[in-house]
Structure formats: structure tokens, C-alpha cells
Design a protein. Structure first.
Length: 236
């Protein structure tokens, strides 16, 4: 059977490979946060979401316990999502500035959003084994997103996950460029560029380590970079 983004989605939602993550996501879904007590939590793996013809792929860390693990859509329903999607909207990648719940009308244009790990991890810290178990999903998404010209990693863990996936999907040696906000690294001729941003977590945004202006500027710089490249250079 030919692979597809829909097939990856179904497998992510049904995945139970990592016992620690399964226990945690289901426990959180059962206990619930007081402010969301009346809601039914998703409590499963969270798939990627966005435009299948996207030229920009954005990779985060993992679902938040009371964000995506509750809503079932990547970067939806928490403060990180509010910060990130408002920047996507201002940069022209989203049709609205909010991401509150599945079915809220949000659509991405020229952008596909996914994550290195698909289940909420305790303390937002997946283990190396859990990252390795999830990496084939990212590999498959990158192979299926054939228009990709740029990959933006949100945070150091996502930066490393993209490095591993890039070597598998595009071939060649693993990139060695260290993580730093705004870094751009080539994956080789005719391959997407890899970019880095600080993760839009409250820890970074409340301290202004990452500001709205910084993220919008980076998104606009990424798009201006790949729109100057002839189409034949980005396609695979």
C-alpha cells in the first residue's frame, strides 16, 4: 500500500509503542486540569497538521499535556500555541491568529506543522528511546511533503530530530551545525534549508528570550529565502 499523510496520521493516533508515554497521556486525560474538567481529552498520539503542498515544514518538540494532548491537534489550546499561531498568521501562513480546538476553522497555507514526539511526555522531556521510536513518523512525513524547501525546528530537541531525519530522508552526512535561534544550515544542493528558533514555550516567551517580532522576522526571512530559489531546486 502506498504511503500517505493520512496513513501516517492514522498510525500516530493508534500508536502505543512507548509504555511510559501511553501511561502518562492517558493518566492526564483521565485526571484533567480543573479548567478543562468538562472537556473530553484526546489522550492519544497527535499527528501533524497543515498544507500537504507546503514549502515550509515546522517541527516542534511534543504535545503539551493540557494542550495538544487535550485537543488532539498539534500546537492547539495552550499558551505556546497562542504565541506560535499568532506569528504564523502575521507572517501569512495561517488564516486566523488563534488555535483553540479541532474544528475551529484554522487552516495553514504553505505550512505543515508537526513534532519530534507525538505523545505528551512527562515534564516535556522525552527519552532518547522515545525520540527514536517516533522518528520514522517524521521521516515519512518529510518524504511525503515533496514541495518542502525549508524546515524550521522549534528548540534544540527538534533541531536534533530534524538532523537525524534529514540524513535518512535526503541522504548524505548528518548536519553538524549547532543550535541557535535564527541559524540557517544547508542540507545539500537541491535540498531544503534547515532553520532554528527558540521554542515558543512560556519559559522563553515570558522572559522575552523569544519575542513575537523575532519569530515573525524569522518566518518572513525563511519564506523570502525559498521563494528566491527556482522551483526545480527545491523539488525532489
Amino acid at each position: 500500500m502506498a504511503d500517505s499523510l493520512a496513513r501516517v496520521r492514522d498510525e500516530v493516533v493508534a500508536c502505543r509503542i512507548c509504555p511510559r508515554l501511553v501511561r502518562y497521556r492517558e493518566r492526564i486525560a483521565g485526571e484533567r486540569k480543573r479548567e478543562f474538567r468538562s472537556e473530553e481529552y484526546w489522550g492519544r498520539g497527535v499527528p501533524g497538521f497543515g498544507d500537504p503542498r507546503a514549502r515550509l515544514v515546522v517541527v516542534g518538540l511534543a504535545p503539551a499535556a493540557h494542550g495538544s494532548n487535550r485537543t488532539g491537534r498539534v500546537f492547539t489550546g495552550d499558551r505556546s500555541a497562542a504565541f506560535l499561531v499568532r506569528a504564523f498568521y502575521e507572517a501569512g501562513f495561517a488564516n486566523q491568529p488563534t488555535s483553540l480546538r479541532r474544528g475551529d476553522g484554522l487552516h495553514y497555507r504553505d505550512l505543515y506543522l508537526t513534532a519530534a514526539v507525538r505523545c505528551a511526555p512527562p515534564e516535556n522531556r522525552p527519552t532518547p528511546t522515545e525520540l527514536a521510536h517516533c522518528r520514522p513518523y517524521l521521516d515519512r512525513e518529510l518524504r511525503l511533503l515533496t514541495n518542502t524547501r525549508a524546515i524550521l525546528a522549534l528548540g534544540g530537541v527538534a533541531w536534533d530530530a530534524v538532523r537525524e531525519a534529514a540524513a535518512s530522508v535526503y541522504g548524505g552526512p548528518k548536519p553538524t551545525t549547532p543550535f541557535s535561534h535564527g541559524t540557517a544550515a544547508t542540507l545539500g544542493p537541491g535540498r531544503p534549508m534547515r532553520y532554528a528558533s527558540y521554542h515558543p514555550s512560556p519559559q522563553n516567551t515570558n522572559t522575552r528570550k523569544l519575542t513575537h517580532a523575532m519569530l515573525v522576522e524569522l518566518l518572513e526571512r525563511i519564506r523570502s529565502g525559498y521563494t528566491r530559489v527556482p522551483a526545480s531546486m527545491g523539488a525532489r
